[in-house]
Design a protein around this ligand. Structure first.
Ligand SMILES: [Zn+2]
Length: 218
């Protein structure tokens, strides 16, 4: 899933208003960042199906970044890091942990059954909504809208950037990602894809971090 994770990250700002939304968005995309790293070091794989022009989605072998048990582990680890970094703010730790695990849940809706429960040879989960692409893209757009509405209620700003920056940026990212998937008929080499996921995650989180700083908690 693409921009849907951004929507969830923004929505979770409701849980701890003092936590910058950039951290929540980074947490919501953490599993894709790990996927990028693991593809680059060769322990996970991305596959380009021969019928990509009809499918518009790639296939993955990713037990360590996107497995159910692995995702729970990453969520717990991220929550503990947040707990330490915020000097014991439990709500911040919960929000970060929930953001990480939400990635697995949303991916399980759209991916075909390829998310392993545990290791590489365990049963695989995935409802395959990507096979009904308009519905999948509509779900992602809806998540972004809900995320923006919930986020808007958390803070306030006197400046135009603080007021309109986040909705404009989230809308632009959503259109770019969804159009990219709807029009995907070819894919770059795995290393380029992996580098793209890492850079995109860091870039989006950084912009959200900066935009969130333009607002004050209500
Ligand atoms: Zn993912």
């Amino acid at each position: 899933m693409g921009p849907g994770h951004l929507g969830v990250g923004l929505a979770l700002k409701r849980v701890d208003r003092r936590l910058n939304a950039g951290w929540l968005v980074l947490a919501a995309y953490l599993l894709d960042l790990l996927l990028g790293v693991f593809v680059l070091v060769g322990i996970e794989q991305v596959h380009v199906p021969p019928d990509l022009p009809a499918r518009h989605y790639l296939l993955y072998t990713f037990p360590w970044s996107h497995g159910l048990i692995a995702s729970l582990g990453w969520s717990l680890a991220a929550a503990l890091v947040a707990l330490a970094a915020t000097r014991g703010r439990r709500l911040a730790a919960f929000a970060i942990g929930a953001a990480v695990f939400s990635h697995f849940l949303l991916d399980a809706i759209v991916h075909v059954p390829e998310l392993p429960v545990a290791g590489p040879s365990s049963p695989k989960l995935g409802l395959g909504l990507w096979n009904h692409l308009p519905a999948a893209l509509a779900l992602e757009a809806a998540l972004v809208v809900v995320g923006l509405v919930l986020y808007a209620g958390v803070g306030t700003s006197r400046t135009p950037i603080g007021r309109y920056g986040m909705p404009l940026f989230a809308s632009a990212i959503t259109v770019m990602m969804l159009a990219g998937q709807a029009m995907m008929v070819a894919a770059p080499p795995p290393a380029a894809l992996a580098a793209g996921w890492i850079l995109q995650t860091l870039g989006v989180s950084l912009v959200v971090y900066w935009l969130d700083r333009q607002r004050a908690p209500r």
